[in-house]
Design a protein around this ligand. Sequence first.
Ligand SMILES: [Zn+2]
Ligand SMILES: [Zn+2]
Length: 167
Amino acid sequence: MRITPRKHEIQRIVDLLEDPTFDTAEQMAKAIVKEVAEQLQMRDLYALVHTWEDGHKGLNFGPFGSPAEAEAFAKKCSFGGRGKLVPLTSPGVTLAATWGKENWPGYCFAEGCGHPPHMHAIDGASRGKCHLESCPCTKFVKDDPSLKAKKKKPAAKRGAAKAINEL
Ligand SMILES: [Zn+2]
Ligand SMILES: [Zn+2]
């Protein structure tokens, strides 16, 4: 499956790699594999449904990351018959629309929330507290606060490096 990693996906893997609480490399590897599987479930993917020349059902292949990847696969195999591209709707996104997803773009970044924007009260032009009674969220947080904090650090470093270069 060919995919282009997204910034937030990379960040979640980096967080696991930098997590000092794993006792063994195997535990870390297991967590990474699970995280990647979860990330793939958050994408809309594609299946290739094959029908033989005589109308018999062939095999269904997938998932593919893009229609182009599915087409390239079909060309390489050249089974004959007909191929049909079927978009697969992400089960992860579907679940998250109802149940939310913590630390994922599009969902509230407030600690312990992760619920979708529509579950938050309208507060002027922005979103206020989360409607869910069991949720500690008091205001919708749109952007990942950890990304903001991390962005500042390299900038400061660059500044420091520049200052050294100028000496
Ligand atoms: Zn919430
Ligand atoms: Zn919230």
